[in-house]
Structures are given as structure tokens and as C-alpha cells.
Design a protein around this ligand. Sequence first.
Ligand SMILES: Nc1ncnc2c1ncn2[C@@H]1O[C@H](COP(=O)(O)OP(=O)(O)OP(=O)(O)O)[C@@H](O)[C@H]1O
Ligand SMILES: CC(=O)N[C@H]1[C@@H]2OC[C@@H](O2)[C@@H](O)[C@@H]1O[C@H](C)C(=O)O
Length: 368
Amino acid sequence: MPSLHVGIMSGTSLDGIDIAVASLDSDHRSAELLGAICLPLPPELKTQLLDLCQPGTDEVRRAAAAGQAWARLAAEGVATLLMRCNLQAADILTIGSHGQTIRHHPELGFSLQIGAPALLAELTGITVITDFRSRDVAAGGQGAPLVPAFHDWLLSDPNATRVLVNIGGFANLTILQPGLSVTGFDSGPGNVLMDAWCALHTGRAFDAGGAWASRGRPIPPLLASMLADPYFSKTGPKSTGREYFNQAWLKARLQGFPFQPEAVDVQATLLELTAQTIAAAANEHNVAGGDLFICGGGARNDYLMLRLQQLLSDASVRSTEALGVDPDWMEAMAFAWLASRCISGRPGNLPAVTGARGPRVLGAIYQA
Ligand SMILES: Nc1ncnc2c1ncn2[C@@H]1O[C@H](COP(=O)(O)OP(=O)(O)OP(=O)(O)O)[C@@H](O)[C@H]1O
Ligand SMILES: CC(=O)N[C@H]1[C@@H]2OC[C@@H](O2)[C@@H](O)[C@@H]1O[C@H](C)C(=O)O
């Protein structure tokens, strides 16, 4: 029997809160997107959340305040979306709310998302499930990436190799190969460094279509110094975040550089870094001849898509649209699905992906 679930994702790009409502049918492994909405983060809330991604003073109070502001915005989004879809709160079994990651340190035993789930349950009148990463981390896993389990559930094909690549702030891959267990990991930065550099030099939040990067030329020694970072040669399970790949990381590479490069060439180098680390991660798993399907905002970066296709010339590189899944809503749908797993007492993680000791039911439930 299908049931209706809402998924809310606020990713590492901090561009907005994505909300999707989906009809999920576990008997037939199907997911139908009924509607979706993206609420841009007001600049003040974006700044508050970004500030919380690094150590600072009075963090507990600031995190509580920002979490509540986030929940109020998310609740408004849920109400608008349900109205547009002609649905009532009572039609929705659960909301799966990822919240906003402000620290991800599986090596220290925690991954912290904020988003005032109790308030969200109170404001929406719908059962809210959140804190999806902690249980996996407690079981020795990375707590990330979690979407590979959803990709496997919805998109695996017994006859074809499929690689799903989510390019948001960070990029993660899911490798679905007939007869092999699912592999998945974060390959490294997706858009996060490109966004930061673009904002600094052009005042724009991102480089639309990769047009600016396409006018520059990657700087080989700078690219080499970036690719030498030990994260890229580590094998999975592995996950990363703003704690590691951030403006300070970029600054350190630029400081060690003998001349002042052109800003546009740095942008081209950062795009190349994203493309090459994704391509290398796919190649490590011998996916030549398979299909790559891209989701997340990176699917709109035409130049990045072109570079990926050039680097992986034996594979076809397309957006997940080709599989019938809108690339903008894949992650929000994944959190709707993770909530459906939790409420039915079924595991949400893939131990082979996250490194957890075993399958675990993920999430904390705030009953309506
Ligand atoms: N038209 C476009 N051209 C180029 N890049 C784009 C375009 N639209 C969106 N993006 C990129 O996609 C990003 C947002 O992607 P997305 O919403 O998938 O990220 P996220 O969910 O925040 O990240 P994560 O998956 O890491 O949590 C933007 O910050 C921008 O870099
Ligand atoms: C800790 C955290 O929020 N990680 C995000 C981030 O954004 C992409 C990548 O890094 C992935 O590991 C994860 O998100 C997706 C939704 C995931 O867990 O699959």
C-alpha cells in the first residue's frame, strides 16, 4: 500500500530548503513525486547557519535560535506545498527532516544537524523524523552518504551498471553494479569551493552553467596540489564536509603558489577538481560502458557536465531526468523514503557504504 511522506533537505550549499511530497510504495519499490518546493534561505538565516559551521562563541544559544528559525520556514513550506497539492496534514504519514548539518565529525562520534524537530511537529501537526545520521555513526559508520540506499531501492537495474552522482555542496557517488554490493561515498567537493570563489570575485552565489569557469584555463600545478590532498586517495567508506574542504583549504593551496593567478583560472581549476575527482572515483570502480546519472544543482552546470562526459568518454553522462527522477528533488525524496523506513521499523543505512557494523533503523521520531 502506498503512503505519503514529506522529505525536507537543507544541504551543504545553504542555498535553500528543498521540500518534496512523495507517494512511496514499498511493495513495488516505487516513488511518485506529487509536488515540491524550494524556499531560499533568507540571507540573515544563511549567515547564522554558515557561522555555526565553524567554532565560535555562544554556539548553543545560536544553534537553538537558528534551528527554530529554520523549522518555522520549513513548516511554512510544508503548509504551502500541501495546499498546492490539495493535501491535508492528515494525509501525510511522516515528514523526514534532514535539518541543516552544522558539524560532521564521524571520527569524533557525531554528526550534528539542527532544525528544531519538536517545533516542526508542533507547527505542522505531522509526525517528524530527524537525526538520521547519529545511529549509523554510533554503530561505527560515517553517517553519510545516506542517499545510496534510496538510489539502490529505486534505481538499481539487474542488467546495467548505473552510477548516481549527487553534486551539491559536496559530491557523492552510488555505484550500482549487477551482482555486486552497492558502493557509495563522498568523492570530495562538489560546488562548495566554486560557489565560495565565485561569490568572492563576482558577487554571484554560483557560476550559472559554469559559464565563467569555461572562460578560464585550469592551472596544472594548482590542480596537482589540490589533487594531492590525501582525502582523494583514501578508499571508502568516507565522507566529508565544510569542516575540511572550505575557504581556508583553498587559501592554503593558493598561498603555496608562486604567482598570483587570474580569478577565472582558479574557477576553472576548481571545476576541474570536481570533475576529475568524480571521474576518478567512478573509474576506480570500473564503470566504463555504464551510465552516469547526475542529480543535485551540479546537473545544471553545463560546463561541468561536459567535462564529466569528456573525462568518462566510455560512459554516458546524463541527468537523473533520464531515469524519470527530477535531479532537483532526489535528496528531498530520499529523506521522505528514509522516514518511511524508520516509521516501519526498517533499516535506512547500507553498512557497505557507511561502514557501520550492521543495518540500523535510522532517525528519531517526534510523534504528531
Ligand atoms: N544553473 C546553475 N548552474 C550552475 N550551478 C548551479 C546552477 N543551479 C544550481 N547550481 C549549483 O548547485 C548548488 C545547489 O545544489 P544542491 O541544492 O543540490 O546542493 P545541496 O543540497 O545544498 O548540497 P549537498 O548535496 O552537498 O548537501 C548551488 O549552490 C550551485 O553551486
Ligand atoms: C554530513 C552531511 O550533511 N553530508 C551531506 C553532504 O552533502 C553531500 C554529501 O555531503 C553527503 O555525504 C551528505 O548528504 C547526502 C544527502 C547524503 O547523506 O547522502
